[in-house]
Write a protein that binds this ligand. Structure first.
Ligand SMILES: C[C@@H](N)C(=O)N[C@H](C)C(=O)O
Ligand SMILES: [Zn+2]
Length: 237
């Protein structure tokens, strides 16, 4: 059986880079499934130490320019990925479609590259991340049951995330989220490029289908998919 504790190389991002904002979407209901995802016991970002330290360096650069990083997902246990796979097989459950994948057939989400059955997140050096301009704007809480708005609607109309305008919301499964989509211009283009340039400078590469998804190139566990829960109790220290 897979170990329930993390190896010593895993850390809480909060302990390494405490100023990075964390909004762990899969611990709650504001995500494409619409319910808390298996394996997220605490709303915290867990990463390998080299990934966390690289983010700390990026954060120092960004703070000097008036921005902070905000993470939505970090290490993701395999049981969480299995939850996504189970959900995807139930084609009748489209309760979050209007916000997260309005123009993509649910049966295509894995084939089109928006969700992976073996995810880099489970290797511990991949994260979903954006930029917030400082001082950060108030972000209203997500209220289940309130009408959903497509994630590619203009910034003033879609969910009022306090991130900078990236052209779409987080986990917006749509070609507009492809990092280099030519329809993304002006401020949103500059914001995507700032995020990518800053993270590339500390060793991360972006997934072309998702402007928010980054993997440390020199990751310590390139072939291991972990399944310990996201929790302080999983960590060694
Ligand atoms: C689901 C989304 N946040 C994501 O991380 N997608 C990539 C492809 C993954 O699942 O690894
Ligand atoms: Zn991701």
């Amino acid at each position: 059986a897979a170990p329930v504790r993390a190896p010593a190389e895993f850390v809480a991002l909060r302990d390494v880079a405490p100023t990075i904002v964390q909004e762990i979407r899969y611990k709650g209901r504001h995500n494409f499934v619409g319910e808390p995802i298996d394996g997220y016991r605490q709303p915290m970002c867990v990463l390998t130490r080299p990934a966390a330290e690289a983010l700390r360096t990026a954060q120092h650069t960004l703070l000097r320019q008036g921005y902070t990083l905000k993470v939505y997902d970090c290490y993701r246990p395999q049981r969480a990925v299995d939850h996504f796979v189970r959900w995807a097989k139930d084609l009748a459950d489209e309760r979050m479609k209007t916000e997260f994948y309005p123009r993509v057939d649910k049966s295509r989400l894995f084939a089109d590259g928006y969700i992976a059955e073996k995810s880099g997140h489970s290797r511990g050096s991949t994260l979903d991340v954006t930029l917030v301009k400082l001082p950060s704007k108030h972000q209203p809480p997500f209220r289940p049951g309130t009408p959903l708005v497509p994630c590619f609607a203009p910034a003033g109309e879609r969910f009022a995330d306090n991130m900078v305008d990236m052209g779409t919301g987080f986990d917006c499964f749509d070609t507009l989220s492809h990092t280099d989509d030519p329809r993304i211009t002006g401020e949103a283009r500059a914001n995507r490029d700032l995020l990518r340039g800053t993270l590339a400078a500390v060793g991360f590469r972006n997934l072309p289908e998702e402007w928010w998804h980054y993997t440390l190139i020199d990751e310590p566990f390139p072939d291991t998919y972990f399944d310990f829960p996201v929790s302080r109790g999983s960590l060694c220290s």
